[in-house]
Ligand binder design. Sequence first.
Ligand code: NDP
Length: 331
Amino acid sequence: MSKKFQAYRVKEVAEKQYTTSIESRSTDDLPAGDVLIKVQYSSLNFKDALSASGNKGVTRNFPHTPGIDAAGTVEHSDNQNFKKGDKVLVTGFDLGMNTSGGMAEYIRVPAEWVVALPKGLGLRESMVYGTAGLTAGLSVYQLINQGINPDMGKIVVTGASGGVGSMAVAILGKLGFEVVAATGKESARDLLKSLGATECIGRDALNDESKRPILKPLYAGAIDTVGGNMLATILKSLQYNGVATCCGLVASPALSTSVFPFILKGVRLIGIDSVQCDINLRKVVWDHFASDWKVDYPEELVSEIGLDGLDAKIASILKGGISGRVIVKLS
Ligand code: NDP
């Protein structure tokens, strides 16, 4: 039986001109899939803002409902692994890109995209993590998997007040790492310290223009969310055998470096992708969030909005103006 629901819609009204509105839709309008989910919470990520502003690298066809994250209860399932009433979450894959996304009261997706909410994690809490948390979790997982531990030295996190960065600071802090938070926001420093950072530095501290191939070794590891010259500076500032993860491009998609950090110091650079990453690896990270990596993410870093609050938050995230996480309450 079809159901009516509210959705945030982005329309292309002329070439490169987009408008947004909240519209009534029917579950009959949703794409084919095994699992119909009544969404209770979504979250806002940088990629949603790109989709909502007509970035064709994220979303090709409009009208469209963004929302790469969704958590809710199964309304109907054609797959034996899920039944009506199950609490589930979906992040990444094609959700919110070219598949109608989580900024709506219903989504319909393939069962292969769905993760059962682990015991110990609430639906709202899962969206406080969302794709940002999963990406931070995958980054921490890779550092540990590459042999980095708290005894080896400091870990620097860039874009530290943003969604991925703040989650990374919190998880690393919880695991006993000494965390250096690199932030452009003076006002975020106290919060970052309360989250788990032992030290805060400005973005300019990671903007080396000297052209020297190697700098003073400061960090055992790094979680980079911004790219550009900050990542290039970090690669030169890692200790011997240091590891950096790279997930984002808010500063720049460019990376100008030399081979010297790699061939003289055994530095490793690990790419992080939360979109297509293996479902079993996702489950490992979500299970960590429900147990030993569960962070006390402060409520003052969580903005909870409805669909009507999205326009303002999307404008803000595009300017790098968000601190922490934005979650969207649906039904
Ligand atoms: P946010 O907008 O929440 O945070 C980004 C942060 O980066 C800002 O808060 C700001 O932090 C910093 N920043 C903003 N502009 C600049 C700039 N010009 N130079 C340096 N730093 C800047 O984004 P998210 O945390 O959600 O995402 C971060 C990046 O990771 C994005 O590029 C996103 O697309 C990518 N991403 C990738 C994923 C993957 O699977 N690979 C998944 C999720 C996100 P501060 O003021 O503290 O410096």
